[in-house]
Structures are given as C-alpha cells and as structure tokens.
Design a binder for this molecule. Sequence first.
Ligand code: SF4
Ligand code: SF4
Length: 715
Amino acid sequence: MAPIPAALLLLVGFGFFLYTMSFRIRPLLFARADNRIDNPEERTVRLLEFGFGQKRMPSKPEKVAGLAHIMIFAAFIVAQLGTMTSFGLAFDAHFVMPIFNEGTAIGRAYFAAKDIIFLFGTLGALTFLFFRLTKSKERMTLSWEGTFILCMLCGVMWTDLLINVADIAERSELSKMNDFIAYASSFPVSAMLAMPLEGRGISPQFFHGLMTVGVLLHVAIVLAFLNFLPLGKHFHIITGLPTVFFQRLTPQGRLSKLDLENSEKFGVAKLNDLSWKEVLDTYSCTECGRCQTYCPTYVTGKPLSHKEVNRAIRAHATEVSKQMPLPIATLWDSLKREVVGTPNIGTQTIDAGGAAGATASGLQLSAEMIEKLPPLVGEGGVLPDETVWACTTCGWCEQACPVFIEQLPRIVDMRRNLVLMESRFPDEAARVFKNLENQGNPWGMGSNRRGEWCADLDVPTAASLKEAGKDFEYLFFVGCAGSFDDRQKKVSRALVKILKAANVSFCILGEEETCTGDAARRLGNEYLFQSLAQANVEMFNGYGVKKVITQCPHCFNTIAKEYPEFGGNFTVLHHSEVIAQLVADGKLKPGQVKLEDEVTYHDSCYLARHNGITEAPRQTLVSLGLKVKEMDRSRTETFCCGAGGGRMWLEEKLGQRVNQNRVEEAAATLDGKGTVATACPFCLTMIKDGINETGRGEQMNAKDIAELVAMGLPD
Ligand code: SF4
Ligand code: SF4
C-alpha cells in the first residue's frame, strides 16, 4: 500500500523503542534474584482473573473509574489484532490475517466485537478525560501525560475504524451494491459510519487513498504510543500483566524469613538490593492512587504514599540506569570473566529462593558503582526516614492495587536495613527492642508478672496440667497487652469467663509465655523476632499444643502464618471465631445485652484485611441482640486504627492522629453517641484514646466483643 513510508516508520519506531527499553531493562538485570515462576498454574489463574479479568478494578470506592478502565482495557486488547492487520496492510493492500478475516466465522465475530468494544473504549477514555479535566479524582496524578495517552488510545481506535469505513465504502462503490447493510453484521459500527457516504458520487480511488492514510496514521500512532510507554507511568501497559502474573503467592500478612546465619547483609539499602520484582513493581505503578484512598498515613497527612514511593524509586532507577553498563556488553564481559569466590552477598530471604547474593541475570554491578549509589532511605537518598517509619502495615495499599504491587515487604526490608545494618531507628523503637529482649514484652514489665492478671481466677497453666498429668484442648495465648495492659486485662478476664461458661478445656502459659515478636519483626528487628518466635514455638511444642486461641489479631497472624517457618504448626483461632462457634453450637448462651446507645464494629486490619475474619465478630454481636451500624470503611475495606506495624509504640507527631480520624467516622456513624466494638487490643487502646482525645468520652466508649459477651453471662 505504502511500503517505503511504512518500512521507515517501523524502522525508526522499533529502533527508538529498543533503545529506550535497554535502559528500563538494566536495573532489572542487576536486581536481586527472586523466584516468581513457582506454581505456574495458580499464577495463570490469577493472571486470567485479575489481569485479563480486571477483577480488582470496579472495587469500592472506585466503581465508575474501574468500569471505565475495563472498557479501555478491553478495547486495547482487541485492538492488537487490528494493529497487526494494519502493519500488514501497509505493505500489501490485500493483506488479511490468517483465521481472523472476513472469510471465517471467527473473523467476522471478532470484527463485530471490535467495532462495538471500540465504542465502549471511547466511552471509557472520555470518562477518564472528564476525571482529568474536572480534577474530580484527587488520588490520580494529573499530568499532561495521561491526557496525551488517552488521546493516543482514541487515535488507535478511530484510525482502525477509519480503515474499515474507507474499505467498506470502496468495496461498495466498486461493486455498485451501495448496500452497507450487507456489512453490518461484521462491522456494525463501521458500516453505520460509512452509510452517509452512499450515493455521493465519490470515486473508489478516493476511498482507497483514505484507507492508505488511515493505515499510515494508525501505524504512526501505534509506534508513537509504543515509544512513549517506557518513558512514564504508562509503562504499566507493557509491564502490568507480567506484574500480576509474578505476584506474591505466600499468605497475605506473612513476612519473609531472613537467613540470619548465612548472610552478611540484611534488608534493602540501595537500588541493587531490591529484587527484580520490586523494580518491576515500580515500572507497573499506574499512579492511579487507589492505594492512598484508605491509607491511614496518607489520609492523615504523613509523608507516605505507596504511589509516591513507587514514583520516587522508578525515577531513581531511571537515573541510575544511564550509568549502568549496556546489557549486551556486560553479558559479553561476564562470559569472559573468571568467577572467583562467592559473589557479593545481597539481602536474601528464604522466600526469595535464589542463592545468596544472586542477581536476576547472574551479573553483578561493580563494587565501585554500588559504592556510588545513593541510599534508598535517609539523607541524600530517595526517601526520607519518616516515610519508612510511617507505615502501619495495614495492607490497604496492597489490597487496593489493581496490579498487585507489593509495599509491605519492601518497607519492612528498608526498616531491616536501618535496624540491623545501620542501627538507625526511632528512640521509642529502641526502648521497645530493649524491653522485648529483657522482659519479653514491649512495656518492660517483669516477665514473672505475666500471669498476675488472672491470679484470682483459677486458670490452669500448661505446666500445672502437665504436672497433674492432665490434658487440655486449647492454649489461650494471652499476649503482652492481655497480660500487662490494665484495659486489656479486663478483656482477658472476660474471655476466661466465656471459656469457663462454655466448659472449654484450656490453659495458659503464664510466666512461660513471651511476646510473639510481631512488633519487633514489623519494626525491622528480625533478629529479635526470630529469637522470640523460636522460644514460643519450642514452648508450644514442648507442651504438645495443637490449638491456640488468641485475643490479638497480631498474635493470631504471627502464630498462624509466620510460626510454621519455625516448626510451629498449630490450629489458630481468634477469640471472635471461638465465641461465634460456641454460640452456634449452643455451648454458650449469653443473654441479650442492653446498651443505652447504638453499636458499630471497628474491623482490625490484621483480622479483617490480612486474615479475612469479618463475620464472626458481627455474628457474636448479633447473638447478643445488638444491631450493628456499619461504618463506610468496614470489613476488608476497614481503616486502620494507627497501631499496626509497630506504630503502637512510636510517637505520631505529623498530621492528624489516625485514631482520631477513625473515631470521627465512628461518631458520624453513631450520630455522636454509642459503643465502638473491637476485637484487638491495639484497636481498643487506639479507639479509647481517640474517643478521649476528641472530647467524646461522655458520649462514646469502646469495648471488646468479649466484654460485651461476658455482660450477657451470669456472674
Ligand atoms: S501502587 Fe497500585 S494502587 Fe497505588 S498508584 Fe500504583 S498502581 Fe495505583
Ligand atoms: S500498608 Fe497501610 S499504612 Fe502502609 S502504605 Fe499501605 S495503606 Fe498506607
């Protein structure tokens, strides 16, 4: 059709694309190895469900934007075959794709679907243009880039339609059929657009020329579009689906276990310490800002946004890639180089699955270049310290992200480097570490006082039962707050009352219990976590523990999801599940509880989001005759209380306090008066404090669900 201009366009277009891509690939080649090709069946299913199926797109609170994106995505996918056809047409006016042509039923169905999907794609693009022009989505990055890409997408779709319209009109004129209806079943939209051209005496040659223009325009727009992608956030159009495929498959809420014995370096200090998947993640961030919507730190004005972290690291990788050697030259060099000893030791986790120090490509950056790389965190680095310490590890950002970008492991790995390699962490964290080391609890209370809360309750310990030759079914793991915090001790006592009322066979560890290590791990002190975890697992196994009840979602998460890596495999139940089951089985029959005002339930992130337990606490409240008024941010879309990720122990100096933000929502839900039910010691403390800090102590209160159930039991 126009082979010379088309060949030139292709040569220049693909040449530039390869040149730009070589810079994007370099940081990936020198990044840490990480095995993400295990379990290909599950990965494929997830790719179909969340990648091609776009399942996360229309989720709360972004239903309209999600649907608009699905329409654009569908148009983009069906456009691919049309684009390939256009490339063929550029060289041969009679080119047809094998199978996907008008001569086959599948081809005709494809053309018909493409025509209609392009209309919806245009509608989706217009919706996003509306969001951009009216600035109605605060979460989105509103640069010219997004508007430009939307226009390009429309260009791709409408030049494709133009080719069809010109083709139909030319064929019609040549056959003198003037019957556009004949084309309607294969090209419903194009045929309709071609209809007004009927009988106007326009020559077939004109339509042929128009088709050539359409083909060249289409090829030019596609190539310009392709070259634009690696330069910014729209690189996700190329990397998004691979990122979904390579997503983490380990349980949500579980952090990786560091190999403390065989590594010399821990955590992430510089760009080359990130895994190739973590670098790919930054390329795939669409800057949609969904991760910010319910992020407790972002919403309350702290310097942390998952989106901005990705942007900063991506910009850094782009900058650094200019100094990285060309992959081809380096690959060639590596073939000639003699390997002496073990390569540089990088951050290694058992989950990573690679040999210590291995990079994604097997190539290493020179020691000189690594030395020159700025740190990722701290002065002269990519992110300020405050960003890394602000995260509560609530998991909202990961749950909201349509391309499954992983934030928690990266943040914790940065903390691990600061704590274990640089000894740089907030003073409050230092106190917590010391208290955990010395007394096995964050308050630093004497470990021998751990069982004092139930001295008058006749609660058996595992040791006493063993001595008496008696067995038990459940170990009630009380936790640090349940043992030492005056407010939470009341919840522990309420739970004992419940378990006794239902004749549950249980015991506690008493003085032999120690902290699970959740806060130490999430604050980056993996060494301390592992020693605490090891001690608890040995104790549990020593007493033959099979089932564990926790009243703390953080203990629950750690024992259930992280202790198996230390040889601790137990059935772990949160007290909300135990209570709901006892009531359902008729073993516990609490009376109806009368409260003066209404009740709302605050979901803990580590219970609802990380572990999916949302209904058991509600069922319990309903069984007491209470009607639960739901907050807008509830169940797995809950809003953190501000205490997770070790933040319970750190000062909150910047922005609004997270607990106050949550209490305001609860107050609005309860019309200013009522009870906030909780099922987590940290949440209880934060909500109680938030109520007092906002001057609502007279009208509102916070209670654990166990306390409410105990109110319904006889004394
Ligand atoms: S991290 Fe995910 S949710 Fe956040 S802006 Fe990037 S793509 Fe969107
Ligand atoms: S885990 Fe929670 S606090 Fe941390 S960045 Fe994500 S949404 Fe924000």
